[in-house]
Design a binder for this molecule. Structure first.
Ligand SMILES: Nc1ncnc2c1ncn2[C@@H]1O[C@H](COP(=O)(O)OP(=O)(O)O)[C@@H](O)[C@H]1O
Ligand SMILES: [Mg+2]
Length: 315
């Protein structure tokens, strides 16, 4: 099969000639939300979902973000995708600022960055046939040869192109996530942002979808930003890992280094709570995993360790 990405120029931002630098440069990023007022005339208190977050993502990197539920991962990813405004700070995408830009000025981001979410049932329109689901962003961008691309993409994610006439509910959870991935990659983005893409799936298909993502990232030379509450999952897919807690970054580093020699106590706790990928994928419940962690780490049964394995995270 012809490689659907073969004709894509791998020179980032070939139009402007600007680049060579990081894909994302995030500096002092903040995002807060108003909380319900506790007293009638008092100003509404705000909760900081992101508080002074700074990091860089380089081209071709598989950048993992891990943290317990509520640590700010989804908010961060939505800011990177231009789906949510930051309150302060800066996000430069290929050298261009996106914070404070109006929706219609973010075309350069929309063309190049696609997202995959946790729950494919919620992200796919149930009334649309798969063909139209995958075609929609292509048509929106005025891509010629959309039908051929749809077949190509379904094949790339391991689905029979003949299934293009079916509706989302006629597929399993894993297959639906494949459809969501096909849709995201159809427009040939250079960056894929994935928010808990296997957390809602049966444990039996998680490894398949993770392997598929890893293969596609390599084949299409994507830069990946991958968010999960589960360190074993992030480690399986990513070369760099950033640990978040309470809207800030705890620690960041090469995946193996962070796994073998975590510097921060909080990271050590996360690592201790994740015996093996095989174990996490085997369907072991939070209680069992924490029991394992307690045996490994000498009895630390913190809420953080519990949270880190809540399969319902982020729903
Ligand atoms: N739209 C929103 N309105 C109010 N609070 C929000 C909103 N989105 C997120 N938050 C709050 O921001 C914090 C981080 O949430 P989120 O980014 O979803 O974390 P995670 O993805 O790590 O679970 C949480 O305390 C959450 O309640
Ligand atoms: Mg989330």
């Amino acid at each position: 099969m012809a490689d659907p990405m073969a004709d894509r120029s791998r020179v980032p931002d070939a139009d402007t000639g600007v680049d060579a630098g990081p894909v994302y440069e995030v500096a002092g990023l903040e995002r807060s939300f108003p909380q319900p007022r506790t007293r009638l005339l008092a100003p509404s208190p705000r909760i900081a979902a992101l508080a002074g977050v700074s990091f860089e993502v380089r081209a071709g990197q598989r950048f993992g973000i891990v943290g317990e539920s509520g640590s700010g991962k989804s908010t961060l990813l939505r800011c990177l995708g231009g789906l949510e405004p930051a309150t302060a700070g800066s996000i430069r995408f290929r050298g261009r600022e996106i914070v404070g830009k109006r929706e219609r000025r973010l075309g350069f981001l929309r063309r190049d960055v696609q997202l995959v979410f946790q729950d494919p049932m919620a992200s796919l329109d149930p009334r649309m046939r798969v063909r139209h689901i995958v075609r929609e962003p292509l048509v929106a961008q005025g891509t010629p040869g959309a039908d051929a691309r749809v077949a190509e993409m379904l094949e790339a994610v391991g689905l029979d192109p003949a299934a293009a006439g079916r509706f989302p509910h006629q597929f399993s959870g894993g297959q639906r996530q494949r459809i969501a991935i096909a849709r995201a990659l159809a427009v040939r983005p250079s960056v894929l942002l994935a928010d808990e893409p296997v957390s809602a799936l049966d444990v039996s298909v998680r490894a398949q979808i993770l392997n598929l993502l890893a293969d596609l990232v390599q084949r299409f030379e994507l830069t990946l930003v991958f968010v999960s509450h589960d360190l074993s999952v992030v480690r399986h897919v990513c070369d760099t890992i950033t640990v978040m807690r309470d809207g800030g970054i705890v620690e960041s580093g090469p995946a193996e280094q962070l796994w073998e020699r975590p510097r921060q106590p909080y990271t050590r706790q996360l690592v201790a709570a994740v015996p093996t990928l095989r174990r996490a994928l085997s369907g072991a419940g939070p209680a069992e995993l924490v029991r394992d962690a307690a045996a490994t780490a000498g009895g630390d049964r913190s809420a953080a360790a519990d949270e880190a394995h809540d399969p319902k995270d982020g729903r």
